[in-house]
Design a protein around this ligand. Sequence first.
Ligand SMILES: CC(C)(COP(=O)(O)OP(=O)(O)OC[C@H]1O[C@@H](n2cnc3c(N)ncnc32)[C@H](O)[C@@H]1OP(=O)(O)O)[C@@H](O)C(=O)NCCC(=O)NCCS
Length: 284
Amino acid sequence: MIVRSLTSDDVSLAPAWLRERSMLPDRWSDEHTRTLIAEDGAGEPIGAGTMWTSRVHPDRYSVDLIVAPAHRRAGIATALLAALADLQPAPKPLIWGAAETDPAQEFVAAFGGRTIQRAPLDTFQTSRAVRLRPHDDVASAAAVSRVALEQAWADMYEWTHADWHPMGPDARAALVEDLWDEIDPHLSSVAVSASGAIDAVLLVYIDGARPVVAGETVARNTAAGATLLEGCVRRTFEQLAGSGVAETLLDAHETDPHFAPLFDALGPVTRWHRIVEFHPRRSA
Ligand SMILES: CC(C)(COP(=O)(O)OP(=O)(O)OC[C@H]1O[C@@H](n2cnc3c(N)ncnc32)[C@H](O)[C@@H]1OP(=O)(O)O)[C@@H](O)C(=O)NCCC(=O)NCCS
């Protein structure tokens, strides 16, 4: 078996099993965005692996691997992982996520994978808004300035990720770079105090096939945070239902203290996405 850089020619000639994962050519962005391909003795591709860091989360490499179905359980993914680890300028842990029931969870478990987060995978009926209580402080996110909304979003993101996937030092600007183009401010909600401070933020992303709803209180210890967030979810779900959107996805975590308690009223959750951290073994 030979392991080498994946090129744009490999991408255009990729067999169906490899196209499933949309791997980008090696170094597509910089030294931290790497892709390798494994070939058999005849030069046929039998596996590929990629890893990358992001400006928001530079402390770990995200990773993805794929092995041709006929070549599985022969150590090819293990070899690709070691080759990727060899390319890391400084050793960092890997992060990977998929449905809890995905067979690849067993592969990651074989490398000592540690679950660092779970998130609901279900779609949620917007008609469930009636199960939640409204709140007088809640308004459309279009009622606050773009700068204030971006600041609230970055504050919220920072503390909700601090314990399990901390942001890098220069991450705030990267985090909000495309935010305004991806959300619908009228469907999104904020809780605003009497003094004008944003206490909770709930955004509706509309860049995919289904909207994605995400948010929390702006600070970890917000007085009455649970009822403020509940009011935001109530309003946003009502707005979505009123716009003819019957189902939405949630980008929320099991550890979000004010959002997680609402999962049962909105769901219940039947399928979980599990995010795992693991440490690759270098070949040398
Ligand atoms: C997950 C995947 C990449 C593993 O590739 P692979 O080359 O078969 O993996 P390896 O042979 O290196 O497996 C190493 C160990 O992981 C575990 N493992 C791998 N696949 C497993 C499976 N389907 N079920 C249970 N354990 C598994 C085993 O402990 C295995 O050692 P063993 O064969 O000696 O028991 C491959 O199944 C695949 O391409 N799946 C579809 C794509 C995907 O889900 N990618 C995400 C990867 S992070």
